[in-house]
Design a protein around this ligand. Structure first.
Ligand SMILES: Cc1cc2nc3c(=O)[nH]c(=O)nc-3n(C[C@H](O)[C@H](O)[C@H](O)COP(=O)(O)OP(=O)(O)OC[C@H]3O[C@@H](n4cnc5c(N)ncnc54)[C@H](O)[C@@H]3O)c2cc1C
Length: 471
């Protein structure tokens, strides 16, 4: 039997159920990846993320070739033509069965529904699998058989239902029958032009590298995760997100390796480890929200009343935020980190998102879009969840009247101002007493802007806008 594995957001061999099953069921296996720069633009994929994707495809190609699976990259105009691409390929190459791993999200599900319909119509076998989450999406439910919309009870149920068999992922790939098809990755002209300023040496591609990163984190830092995770200058988090978001490593692999060093205890044992696993469950929670409440991937807020909020729109403020010129050092240094690393520390993502949606009172969708356009770990459900949490429009969101004060956040989490100084070179010599809120004279000497808004006034303005929308 001849099988086709359709790679999408799962560019790895480890814990890849579609690839594994194709290899078990078929003596000959071929692989494809459908690349569309138009679709990438429609989904606001960051330029650095596309580069990362291309480099990962090259490594996947090498890994697959070791077991005689050729990878063909196919150019496409977007999700709409995928059905015809797959069907033509099946006919041209006499494929018997197609395998893929599911993606969530409205557009992805529509694409897959179209492909599925056309395969059924043409009597072609196919199988699809879940590898983005531990439990099938939507299967963790309340006693009333409803999806959860609050994290803590979701997590409790998740832990109750968990058993180690869910992590049975080890698989030894054997060589497949040689095929006449040749991989085309080095001849394929990716429609991609680099325009980012991210230091890509921070994110070496390939699943071997992702596993090494995980291993190093688990052996060195995870035990201090609870203490270090909120301090942006300490590299206290795993930075595994670009690999998870692009499917270079699986959440099951992450949890399995963490459990191995915690006596296989999920919610007891080392605090750092259990806290870190919690975060992987947060990721799964947001994927479930996206699956169970399609409105969140249709540009709508989770809390309907927030549709009534009268967001402001001030181009100059928007530009100042995007370019790190707000006059609030913690905000500006975080935005510089985003530009230079394609990544931002979680605490700062919350701080800049809350500043944007509350103090600036700008529509969360604009911030969400800008993050997607710049993050190498851009992941629709986590990004949407994070933005809707920060703007109090989402599920389990921060109450709208609890607004982070960026100066207090700065003093609490970057006490010595070392993060600010690292990313905001203009302020590198400023005394730590002033670093969170430089004096007028210092600002002028350093050519650093004045604050674009008044914190107290803008806080009250936000609360008023939310009150008005609610009543
Ligand atoms: C406004 C906003 C936007 C965000 N956008 C994204 C995004 O596009 N992509 C993304 O992967 N994460 C996003 N997050 C979540 C979080 O900031 C990142 O996952 C985290 O900073 C990644 O760093 P890490 O791998 O070192 O995380 P670690 O702390 O080491 O955590 C391990 C993994 O758990 C998951 N995780 C951690 N925190 C969260 C969280 N709050 N929500 C969901 N999953 C989490 C991630 O997959 C992460 O890689 C966003 C958060 C906010 C507040």
């Amino acid at each position: 039997m001849k099988g086709l594995i359709w790679f999408r957001n799962d560019l790895r061999m480890d814990d890849n159920p579609a690839l594994r099953n194709a290899c078990i069921e078929c003596e000959e296996v071929q692989a494809i990846y459908i690349f569309s720069s138009r679709q990438n633009n429609l989904h606001n994929e960051a330029n650095c993320k596309i580069e990362f994707l291309i480099e990962n495809l090259k490594i996947l190609d090498q890994d697959l070739s070791k077991i005689n699976i050729p990878l063909t990259i196919i150019d496409s105009t977007g999700f709409k033509d995928n059905k015809d691409i797959i069907l033509n390929l099946i006919k041209d190459r006499s494929i018997n069965k197609v395998f893929w791993n599911n993606q969530f999200g409205n557009d992805e599900q529509n694409r897959d529904d179209n492909v599925t319909r056309s395969l059924k119509k043409n009597d072609i076998e196919f199988s699809s699998y879940h590898e983005k989450v531990i439990f099938s999406p939507g299967s963790i439910r309340t006693a009333e058989d409803k999806p959860y919309s609050v994290f803590t009870p979701f997590k409790k149920k998740w832990i109750e239902n968990f058993n180690l068999d869910l992590l049975d992922i080890e698989f030894n790939y054997l060589s497949k029958k040689k095929t006449l098809i040749e991989s085309n990755i080095f001849d394929f002209k990716f429609k991609y032009k680099q325009n980012h300023s991210v230091d890509m040496s921070m994110w070496p591609p390939g699943e071997a590298h992702a596993k090494d990163r995980l291993k190093l984190y688990l052996s060195n830092k995870i035990l201090r995760y609870s203490q270090d995770r909120n301090d942006p200058i300490v590299d206290g988090t795993s930075r595994i997100s670009p690999y998870l978001a692009n499917g270079i490593i699986s959440p099951k692999r992450c949890i399995l390796e963490a459990l191995k060093i915690n006596n296989f205890e999920l919610d007891t044992g080392e605090k750092g480890i259990t806290k870190w696993i919690d975060e992987i469950i947060w990721r799964e929670f947001y994927k479930n929200i996206m699956f169970c409440f399609p409105k969140v991937s249709q540009n709508k807020p989770f809390q309907d009343y927030t549709n009534n909020i009268e967001w402001r729109y001030e181009e100059s403020e928007l530009d100042a935020w995007k370019n790190g010129n707000t006059g609030f050092p913690i905000i500006d240094s975080a935005m510089k980190q985003l530009k230079s690393e394609g990544w931002m520390h979680n605490r700062l993502r919350m701080v800049v998102a809350m500043f944007f949606t509350k103090n600036m009172l700008h529509d969360w969708r604009l911030g969400e879009e800008f993050f997607m356009q710049n993050l190498i770990d851009g992941d629709f459900s986590s990004n949407n969840g994070g933005w809707q949490w920060s703007s109090s429009t989402g599920t389990d969101a921060a109450p709208y009247f609890r607004i982070f004060n960026p100066l207090t956040q700065s003093k609490n989490f970057d006490t010595e101002g070392l993060f600010i100084k690292k990313h905001l070179k203009k302020l590198k010599d400023v005394d730590k007493k002033e670093i969170h809120d430089p004096l007028m004279e210092t600002r002028s000497n350093c050519n650093y802007p004045y604050q674009i808004l008044d914190l107290k006034e803008s806080r009250l303005r936000a609360i008023e806008a939310f009150n008005k929308a609610k009543n």
